[in-house]
Ligand binder design. Structure first.
Ligand SMILES: C[S@@+](CC[C@H](N)C(=O)[O-])C[C@H]1O[C@@H](n2cnc3c(N)ncnc32)[C@H](O)[C@@H]1O
Length: 234
């Protein structure tokens, strides 16, 4: 597996046209987007580090879904269109995308979507109350291939334990990747976790959520296999 070919969501160009999440095409630059550079770390919206009650943000009866590492944000937009009952919380470590996606959602009036910047491994422990989430999505995570990058991995004990705490009983955790070794590793971790039960024996045939992520759309177009896992919180 080549190491660089998959790190393609962050081109190293000085100026990149924003992506239109609904079409996967680039948006025309606006006056605003031409004024570079921006301090995205300061601009990206953040959840309070002191702790955050998601029912206060979304409402006590909200069906809340979390999208971890939303990148350019296509899944957030498509999912809110596909499920009118879902309230979406996105967490993305790259401030640039957190800011851009958040602004785009506001511009488009997607009032059931909130996109925040942050490392999900630091954000999840501050969220509550327990059992507040209906679903969690992790699309194409962990494009790290060198041993020294292992510390960046999102999927791991901490994230699994936190999702087990935050998902309601029967809540869904959907993980997908186009890297078979990674998928096998995720499957093992989910099988071994006492509070998750995998749906079916193997991978899902398709994505049951009527919404694709940017990376998923690209993988499908490129004819790559996509390994999809659905685990229920028990
Ligand atoms: C390969 S990209 C996939 C993006 C998107 N999920 C998709 O499928 O198109 C992985 C994404 O996870 C984000 N990410 C990596 N580590 C993260 C972390 N600790 N917390 C939040 N997001 C993270 C990256 O910045 C990147 O946007």
């Amino acid at each position: 597996m080549g190491c660089c070919s998959r790190i393609d969501w962050e081109p190293s160009l000085a100026y990149v046209r924003p992506m239109d999440a609904s079409t996967g095409t680039e948006e025309e630059p606006t006056e605003d987007s031409r004024q570079l550079p921006k301090n995205y770390d300061a601009l990206a919206p953040r959840l309070p580090e002191s702790g955050c009650d998601l029912f206060e943000i979304f409402g006590a009866t909200a069906e809340i879904e979390i999208v971890i590492g939303f990148g350019r944000g296509m899944f957030l937009e498509r999912r809110t269109a596909a499920n009118p009952d879902a309230w979406l919380l996105g967490i993305e470590i790259k401030s640039k995308w957190a800011y851009k996606v958040s602004e785009r959602c506001k511009r488009r009036g997607l009032d059931r979507v909130r996109a925040y910047g942050g490392d999900v491994r630091q954000v999840l422990p501050n969220l509550g109350p327990d059992a507040c989430l209906a679903r969690a999505f992790l699309h194409f995570p962990d494009p790290w291939w060198k041993k020294r990058h292992a510390k960046r991995m999102v999927m791991g004990q901490l994230v699994l334990d936190e999702l087990a705490r935050l998902l309601r009983p029967g809540g869904e955790f959907f993980v997908q990747t186009d890297v078979e070794d990674r998928a096998e590793g995720y499957r093992r971790q989910l099988q071994e976790h006492p509070r998750f039960e995998l749906e079916g024996q193997g991978y899902l045939q398709g994505n049951p959520y009527d919404a694709v992520s940017n990376r998923e759309k690209r993988a499908i177009e490129d004819g790559l296999p996509v390994y999809r896992l659905l685990a229920l919180r028990v």
